[in-house]
Design a protein around this ligand. Structure first.
Ligand code: C5P
Length: 403
């Protein structure tokens, strides 16, 4: 079930001489676990902070340190290293390497390789805050941007020199997401996609509510995958412990009626709407202002129907809009999916079997039955992120087929 954007990708990590080099050892380790093919190039000062052996052990590959490496190196390493690679990441990037790259200096293996490669180069500055804010460094970063390098802004906080400010190496989680973005096809660039996720909570009193088992994982995975592929993503989510994926705009709601209002407010402006949320069909008729004493709770709860958001979206569907529904089913998946596809005027429905342990609610993986007017297809059992990508492949096709 290896389906991730990093698997098999050739990534060169260029390490320059900052104490933050030790953090990049963790990055290399994670990329290797994700099955990326990582090569590390170090400047001679980087090798003073972390030994090449550390990077060799973590990447599983030889580490390149010199142009002429005592006869061991291929004399053309500076050219071959950057050839046919998917991405080059300079981390940590010191003020010195930034200055050298800005003026096209090629006086060691790393700078020469960067000049010779045609892959996208991401630069992650890390240095003392005064060095970072110095006009020379800022001017050099501006030049790098103009030359087409991607700069990953450093973070603020306490530095190794015990000073506080901007200049700390960016955190890996955010950098990893930017790498994933750079490695993804930009086939949804600029497409406005609205995704709903998670359960809704229908309050009974300030302490109690009706809800369901949805974790939001599938919806958040869809938002993340679409954003990586260049879409402009608005995520409308019921209560969930998940973190909003980087680059995605999040609107949080509690109840079905709040979700209805939020979705309807943005629907007309969206090219694609994917309703992965598990919206509660009913809410308690009466919501008490204060917590009801258990002795006073009625044995029967009177419920009211919530609006069916997707049904409403189907009625209002605009020309060219792609509407995708989800259905959580435990029996008759195909028949139920087809019925909902037609009754809600959908272009695509993703049916989840919630009777298994490894698909549906709260799980990390999923197996989706995708149904459209042109037929049904069972997607492989895979991670939710990969399921999201497969579903988005179909969405992209549908967007292309629309007038
Ligand atoms: O009919 P059913 O509730 O099974 O359909 C599920 C689909 O309808 C999901 O895409 C869900 O987000 C959506 N839905 C909705 N509003 C509701 C109930 C479900 O938008 N009140």
């Amino acid at each position: 079930m290896v389906q991730n954007i990093f698997a098999g990708k050739k990534i060169v990590i260029g390490v320059s001489g900052s104490i933050a080099a030790f953090k990049v050892a963790g990055w290399v380790s994670d990329l290797a676990k994700e099955e990326a093919r990582v090569s590390v190039v170090m400047t001679s000062s980087a090798a003073e902070f972390v030994t090449p052996l550390t990077f060799a052990a973590l990447s599983g590959n030889d580490v390149h340190t010199g142009m002429f490496g005592q006869g061991k190196e291929d004399p053309m390493t500076h050219i071959s290293l950057g050839r046919d690679v998917d991405l080059v990441v300079i981390a940590p990037a010191t003020a010195n390497i930034i200055a050298k790259l800005a003026s096209g200096i090629a006086d060691d293996l790393l700078t020469t390789m960067v000049l010779a490669t045609r892959a996208k180069v991401l630069v992650c500055p890390a240095m003392n805050n005064r060095m970072y804010s110095h006009p020379a460094t800022q001017k050099n970063l501006k030049i790098l941007k103009e030359l087409g390098y991607d700069i990953i802004d450093p973070a603020c906080g306490m530095m190794a020199c015990k000073e506080e400010g901007e200049g700390r190496l960016a955190e890996w989680d955010g950098v990893k997401e930017l790498l994933a973005h750079s490695l993804s096809p930009q086939d949804l660039r600029g497409v406005k996609i609205l995704v709903t996720a998670g359960p809704t909570r229908e309050p009974l009193d300030p302490a109690r509510f009706l809800s369901n088992r949805s974790s939001g994982k599938m919806g958040y995975a869809l938002a993340q995958a679409a954003c990586r592929r260049g879409a402009q993503v608005l995520l409308i989510s019921g209560p969930s412990f998940l973190t909003c994926p980087r680059g995605v705009t999040l609107v949080k709601v509690q109840t079905a009626r709040e979700m209805y209002d939020a979705v309807l407010a943005h629907a007309a402006d969206s090219t694609v709407i994917i309703k992965a949320a598990a919206v509660a069909d009913y809410r308690p008729e009466t919501v008490y202002e204060h917590k009801v004493k258990k002795e006073n709770i009625a044995k029967e709860l009177i419920l009211e129907r919530n609006p069916d958001i997707l049904l409403e979206l189907g009625k209002r569907k605009k020309v060219g809009q792609v509407l995708v529904g989800f259905a959580a089913e435990s029996t008759n998946l195909l028949a139920e999916g087809k019925r909902k596809l037609l009754s809600k005027n959908l272009d695509l429905i993703a049916v989840n079997d919630i009777s298994g342990d490894t698909t549906g609610f709260e799980t990390e993986s999923n197996q989706i039955l995708l149904i459209s007017a042109s037929g049904a297809e069972t997607l492989p059992h895979t991670t939710k992120l990969h399921s999201a990508d497969l579903l988005l492949d179909r969405v992209r096709q549908l967007v292309g087929e629309k007038p």
